[in-house]
Write a protein that binds this ligand. Structure first.
Ligand SMILES: NC(=O)c1ccc[n+]([C@@H]2O[C@H](COP(=O)([O-])OP(=O)(O)OC[C@H]3O[C@@H](n4cnc5c(N)ncnc54)[C@H](O)[C@@H]3O)[C@@H](O)[C@H]2O)c1
Ligand SMILES: O=C(O)C(=O)C[C@@H](O)[C@H](O)[C@H](O)COP(=O)(O)O
Ligand SMILES: [Zn+2]
Length: 375
């Protein structure tokens, strides 16, 4: 760690993937002077920056000025904010803009924004000239704790979420906690769902900590945010390092997502249901289904319900979308990437911090469970 990083209290989380390995750098205010965190990986004093209209307006000018001060010429491409931008039309526009910019295979594209900017830009980087580098600069809680790390990139299809995509690890992740200050409360809460997810997967002590400190994280307390973000990154990095391409354990990171992605696809990608909100509901459904299957103590599912309610997160499907039938949900869940040979792998739970994978959920039990929880 350099003197400047020490002075700025930068936390580094390594993602140890050999030649594809990288550092996640977490600190407050690091975008005001980003060169110390980028200089060693910049191939030339010129780079492309991708952002959405909201984030570009708020953080683009200062970041570009700071890079210009460091002698770097920046070309900015702006996409419309929102989930609707994870689509072929925006991908094509972005690829064309990056080619017009003159992107070379050794170049870096910087993604400044939430998971939408990160997923789209990461995917464009994975296919442009068969792969250029990407630096993730996540500005939402969700993207800081989840989407910027691990290399999943992609776009949505009418059939479902992230159905076209690639694994493409970033060269670096720069997390400036100060950007969370301007994030709308609803977005902060949605991102918090993915934080809770790590506690539920395999970090019961972290879940207990969140029960005490979650409100402070959401309120903007920097010390608790720094710990929550770093611990989430450590949790995610450990799983990604164990199974980069999701041939096994990485599917645990999908806790709540079989239900969640189906809810998002049903709602359409128009902002009525945010990804994190769907994940919160999905995690609760995963634990409740585990109770029905007599795998998880009801007290643990109730503990999650209480925490989601206390932090103001939705936890029932009907909180956010109505009219979704059990049959439609089953159809939508059939698009899950964890489906193989017609059987869906579920992420279930034996209790807080004890998630596991199962291909043994009887479809009649699932249908009955959904019927009791939907419409
Ligand atoms: N690749 C992965 O591993 C992974 C993991 C989790 C989620 N995702 C994906 O991430 C997406 C959701 O990401 P998200 O929740 O960050 O949503 P988002 O990217 O849509 O951002 C949410 C909103 O907040 C605005 N915003 C962003 N930063 C801001 C800031 N600092 N201040 C004020 N406004 C700001 C954006 O303009 C947008 O309107 C989904 O598409 C989801 O599927 C991917
Ligand atoms: O990184 C992962 O692996 C995840 O599953 C993280 C999820 O939070 C994220 O929403 C991811 O994009 C879902 O992946 P998908 O493969 O189900 O599309
Ligand atoms: Zn997710």
């Amino acid at each position: 760690m350099t003197e400047q990083q020490q002075a700025q209290k930068i936390t580094q989380v390594p993602v140890s993937l050999g030649a594809r390995g990288y550092q996640i750098m977490i600190g407050e205010g690091l975008l005001a002077d980003p060169m110390p965190y980028l200089a060693d990986i910049l191939p030339r004093p010129k780079l492309a920056l991708v952002s959405d209209d909201v984030v570009a307006a708020r953080y683009g000018p200062a970041l570009m000025a700071a890079l210009a001060d460091g002698g770097v010429d920046v070309d900015l491409h702006v996409i419309p904010a929102g989930e609707g931008s994870k689509c072929f039309a925006e991908l094509e526009r972005l690829c064309a803009a990056l080619l017009d910019f003159g992107i070379e295979r050794s170049d870096l594209v910087m993604a400044l924004g939430g998971g939408v900017v990160g997923d789209l830009t990461g995917f464009a980087a994975s296919v442009l000239r068969r792969g250029v580098g990407v630096v993730q600069i996540p500005t939402t809680l969700l993207s800081q704790v989840d989407s910027s790390v691990g290399g999943k990139t992609g776009i949505n299809m009418a059939q479902g979420k992230n159905l076209v995509g690639a694994f493409h690890q970033p060269r670096r992740v720069l997390i400036d906690l100060a950007t969370l200050d301007s994030l709308p409360e609803r977005e902060r809460k949605a991102g918090y769902a993915e934080v809770v997810k790590y506690g539920l997967i395999d970090r019961p002590d972290f879940f207990t900590w969140l029960e005490r400190k979650g409100a402070a994280v959401l309120k903007g307390d920097k010390q608790t945010q720094a710990y929550a973000v770093a611990e989430s990154c450590r949790a995610k990095a450990a799983i990604v390092v164990a199974d980069e391409r999701e041939s096994g354990a990485r599917a645990l990171l999908n806790l709540g997502h079989s239900f969640g992605h189906a809810i998002e696809a049903f709602a359409g990608y128009d902002g009525r249901v945010l990804h994190g909100e769907a994940v919160a509901i999905g995690c609760q459904m995963a634990l409740d289904l585990s109770v029905v299957l007599e795998l998880c103590p009801k007290a643990d599912a109730d503990r999650l319900r209480r925490h989601l309610a206390e932090t103001g997160l939705p936890h029932r499907c009907t909180d956010l979308c109505t009219g979704l039938s059990a049959d439609r949900m089953m159809d939508l869940m059939a698009q899950d990437k964890k489906m193989s040979a017609g059987v869906l792998t579920f992420v279930l739970s034996r209790g807080i911090g004890q998630a596991f994978l199962s291909r043994d959920v009887p479809s009649d039990v699932l249908r009955g469970f959904l019927a009791a929880n939907l419409i």
